[in-house]
Design a protein around this ligand. Sequence first.
Ligand code: SF4
Length: 202
Amino acid sequence: MNIARLLYPVRVLGPGNRMGIWFAGCTHGCRGCSNPELWQMQKKYETTAEHILEIVRSVAASSPIDGFTITGGDPFLQKDALRILLPKLAEISEDILVYTGFDYEEINTGENRDILDFITVLIDGKYIEERNNNCFLRGSDNQRIHILQKNLEKFYLNYLSSGRNQIQNFRTSDGFISVGIHNPDYSRELHERLLKKGIIRV
Ligand code: SF4
């Protein structure tokens, strides 16, 4: 499987302290995508389910993992990886939120039932820059939030009714990673601020 990064605790892509898992590989080519560096699967991102689960379990041994947010890239381009990982992650938390650039109707087929059965919330659809109006948890307002597991429906409806987008920055071996739903001007504004503070040069 090709997985670019795991981050914890992610607090801005779903409720609680979550483990964020970024799959590499995406074919949707959305203009203004905030993760174009993840469009290509890369050799350096090749890993195994055992390795991913080892990391997850070592975090879970010392800190609460309230849920998982799986994004990318598009996780639905690696369905076999989802088939292996999701049941194991669900043993730690049944709250699994997945982003995909496909529409729900495209993936809601019998063939994917064993994957969808483990997804609590699916946020679907391509990112459309012109429709980025800061809607909660969604890059653009054409994307839809599907609560697939009824046992967490009330919990998520409460969370969705009170939440607002926030940004979290992580320092990683690849540099700073900014996590969350960004407005279209975010990259330009960040660049200007870093220039102003002398952190980067023109
Ligand atoms: S589906 Fe997501 S990762 Fe893929 S291009 Fe669109 S915004 Fe980027």
